[in-house]
Ligand binder design. Structure first.
Ligand SMILES: [Zn+2]
Length: 102
């Protein structure tokens, strides 16, 4: 049997906006921390129902505007919460990774 070195298994997730499958570490996790509150989970460790988005503003806009994120997380976002997430998405592409720091 000729077997080339098998690549390490990398967990993959789907972006809820563009539906592309990517390495988990390429995506940003959002987690429903309570009934009506969704937070960005930069460390990927928060408990709760999670969804993933690319590090691209367009995916955040699509996910937030199209209601895909809410659908995936089975919640509805408050205006403030939505704006907070939209801001995070906007900073992702504009702020050079600044938004990833806590
Ligand atoms: Zn995406």
């Amino acid at each position: 049997m000729m077997r080339t070195t098998s690549p390490k298994h990398v967990p993959q997730r789907t972006c809820v906006a563009c539906r592309k499958v990517k390495d988990k570490k390429e995506l940003i996790r959002l987690v429903r921390v309570s009934d009506k509150v969704v937070e960005v989970d930069t460390k990927g460790k928060k408990p709760g129902r999670g969804a993933y988005l690319c590090r691209a503003q367009e995916c955040w806009e699509l996910g937030l505007k199209g209601g895909r994120l809410e659908h995936n997380l089975q919640t509805s976002l408050s205006k403030d919460n939505r704006e907070q997430l939209a801001r995070f998405g906007a900073e992702l592409s504009g702020g050079g990774g600044e938004a990833l720091k806590e």
